[in-house]
Design a protein around this ligand. Structure first.
Ligand code: SF4
Ligand code: SF4
Length: 72
C-alpha cells in the first residue's frame, strides 16, 4: 500500500521562497496567490493534497520551519 502523508503549514512563518515546491517529488505544493500572510507573502499550501506520499522532504527543506508532515 502506498504511504500517504498530510502536509500542514504554519502559514504565518512562510516567506514564499518556493523551496518546498521545488523539492516536492509529486508537485503537491504551490503558492496560494489568493492569500497574503502577516509578513506580506503568499504562503505555500497543498494544491494536490491527495498526491502527498509523506516523504517529509518539504519539511526538511523549509528554512523557516513552516511545515509539518503527518503520516496518514
Ligand atoms: S511530504 Fe513529500 S510528497 Fe508530501 S508535500 Fe512534502 S515533499 Fe511533497
Ligand atoms: S520552503 Fe517554507 S518558507 Fe519557503 S515557500 Fe515553502 S513553506 Fe514557505
Amino acid at each position: 500500500m502506498t504511504v500517504k502523508g498530510r502536509v500542514l503549514f504554519d502559514s504565518e512563518r512562510c516567506k514564499a521562497c518556493g523551496i518546498c515546491i521545488a523539492f516536492c517529488p509529486n508537485e503537491v505544493l504551490a503558492l496560494d496567490e489568493s492569500h497574503i500572510n502577516g509578513q506580506g507573502y503568499t504562503p505555500a499550501y497543498a494544491q494536490k493534497p491527495e498526491a502527498c506520499i509523506g516523504c517529509k522532504i518539504c519539511a526538511m527543506m523549509c528554512p523557516d520551519m513552516a511545515i509539518i508532515v503527518e503520516r496518514a
